[in-house]
Design a protein around this ligand. Structure first.
Ligand SMILES: [Zn+2]
Ligand SMILES: [Zn+2]
Length: 545
């Protein structure tokens, strides 16, 4: 196998997940104290998701990245495991899309304690989690034990840490105040948030006193951005060791790390700055709980067509939607390629992602050479980490997704795979149709038709300007002359640069003509694969619009 076993230190370059794994295993001391690192029998990587929002595919980024680091630890010969935690004590903040207005009365209650609006599960949280769990494990290769914070508190699993934290209120406040403009008052701040015994809400309770054991609280209105959680006015007492409440986030994260002996965890890049919840918890964890802060896996967030994914924008993609249109590996590729680059996804990128993965696979099996050895190493390692199964011993050359999608359009409904496979052979895109290739073609046809069902990709009827028409004529000429994909690719670039258009505008125009989309695959190869005649036909049609 080309991607050799990773022997750290000997390599001059390392894939980023291996680097983080190295940081995890090489730690000698705590960050904030002089304590020496304890011996870890096993390294735990934690991933989680809040259940108060929509569990869309962006939530998988934390899990996929955490899993990849766990795999790096395992590949380095360490014992390691991945755990998944539902942050399900978060209050409901607004009436979610599709939920009756009467749910306003539940705003401010933990999502685990709110009835299922659809009536099929025990709670609102369970309804969403069950849907998420149907596909979550399909995006990772490692088993994940799943925990619920609500259950953890109820079962007293956090009690040892709650006790320590409640004794250290002064220290917890000091740690936070290092980074605060308006300091907290240790007499008024408490790490515990009780659930109101009378109305069941958690956001409305204000701690008014603490006797070293129990907290006193009053239930009062709490204003979110759009909605107000109505307090019931109840005044009562709450024993934190009885599990009816939760720790504040600054204290809870620390407790989670100590409770599960977490060695690494993902966090959005906004947590990188000093004074963020990550570092505040890191310090609390080390100074108060005596457990070393985990190594962070920082990353950029996923946006979709330039926007944050959200139910109110209506651009939510669920993990199940993804699996209809692309293999899980492609989403892994999107998240694992370069964690600190912002990912702006649109479905139009799919063909490109397929091509990227195909290319990495070629590099992995030595079918494609990259000039830079570091790039080649990274491509091979990324391919291993992106793959959910151990890569097959023998390589199967793939036919570009966009080509399969094009061929499938002309195929009869019945026997599509056979039809497309035959075309692939006729066009000389594969020497022979092996069972593996046939299976791959079949999968790609299924993904392509799911995409077509989602949005008919009709080529655009845009009108070209005269200078644009001139460029298209040059392209037609080049395509008719040149049958070699690489040469055609460089000719296309020459035409693009000579035409007086900005490169992005040029490619957008071509992709619009071919797919009615702003993005698409690498053109040289695509045009040769799809059949030059057909492409020329589309371009000529565009000239006549
Ligand atoms: Zn339900
Ligand atoms: Zn209340």
């Amino acid at each position: 196998m080309p991607a050799a076993k990773r022997t750290r230190r000997k390599r001059t370059y390392e894939f980023w997940t291996d680097q983080i794994a190295g940081k995890v295993t090489d730690r000698k001391k705590f960050l904030y104290t002089d304590s020496r690192m304890p011996k870890f029998k096993e390294f735990v990587v934690k991933t989680s998701a809040s259940v108060s929002g929509v569990l869309h595919m962006g939530r998988l980024s934390d899990t996929i990245r955490g899993e990849a680091v766990t795999r790096s630890l395992l590949d380095a010969g360490k014992r390691a495991k991945l755990i998944w935690v539902a942050e399900d004590m978060d209050p409901m903040r607004k009436i979610p899309e599709g939920v009756p207005a009467s749910y306003a009365e539940h705003i401010g209650a933990p999502v685990t304690d709110i009835p299922d609006p659809w009536g099929c599960h025990r709670s609102y949280a369970e309804h969403h989690l069950s849907k998420y769990f149907e596909t979550l494990d399909e995006f990772v290769a490692l088993p994940m034990k799943k925990f619920s914070m609500r259950e953890e508190y109820k079962r007293g699993k956090f009690n040892p840490y709650i006790k320590k934290l409640m004794k250290a209120v002064v220290e917890l406040v000091e740690i936070q105040n290092k980074y605060r403009r308006s300091p907290l008052d240790a007499n008024a701040w408490n790490p515990w948030t009780p659930i109101c015994k009378n109305c069941g809400k958690i956001i409305t309770t204000r701690v008014t006193g603490f006797d070293g054991r129990k907290v006193k609280y009053k239930c009062a209105d709490y204003a979110f951005e759009k909605f107000t959680a109505k307090g019931c006015g109840h005044e009562g007492e709450n024993d934190p060791l009885k599990g009816e409440g939760k720790l504040m986030w600054k204290a809870e994260w620390a407790a989670q790390w100590a409770r599960w002996k977490v060695a690494a965890e993902g966090a959005g890049k906004e947590y990188q700055v000093p004074g963020s919840a990550f570092w505040v918890n890191a310090e609390m964890c080390e100074r108060v709980l005596g457990f070393p802060a985990p190594v962070p896996i920082f990353y950029e967030h996923l946006i979709i067509n330039g926007q944050k994914m959200s139910a109110s924008v209506g651009n939510v993609v669920y993990p199940a939607d993804w699996l209809k249109r692309a293999p899980a590996e492609l989403l892994r590729l999107l998240f694992l390629k370069d964690p600190m680059r912002a990912r702006d996804f649109s479905w139009q990128m799919l063909p490109q992602l397929f091509d990227e993965l195909d290319d990495m696979e070629r590099v992995y099996y030595g079918r494609k050479k990259l000039r830079d050895e570091r790039d080649a190493y990274n491509a091979r390692r990324l391919f291993e980490i992106v793959s959910l199964k151990k890569p097959a011993r023998t390589y199967t050359e793939k036919v570009a997704f966009s080509t399969i999608a094009e061929l499938a359009k002309t195929a009869p409904q019945k026997g599509r795979t056979g039809f497309v496979a035959k075309k692939v052979k006729e066009l000389g895109l594969a020497k022979s149709i092996t069972p593996q290739l046939k299976k791959n073609i079949e999968e790609r046809i299924a993904f392509a038709s799911a995409a077509a069902a989602g949005k008919p990709a009709a080529a655009s009827k845009q009108r070209l300007s005269d200078p644009e028409k001139e460029i298209v004529r040059k392209l037609i000429d080049a395509i008719e002359r040149e049958s070699d994909a690489e040469k055609l690719q460089s000719e296309i670039f020459t035409i693009a640069k000579s035409g007086g258009m900005r490169l992005p505008e040029f490619f957008k125009m071509v992709y619009q003509i071919l797919f009615g989309a702003d993005r698409g695959p690498r053109l040289g190869q695509y045009i040769v694969d799809a059949g030059r005649k057909e492409i020329v036909g589309k371009m000529k049609a565009a000239l006549e619009n």
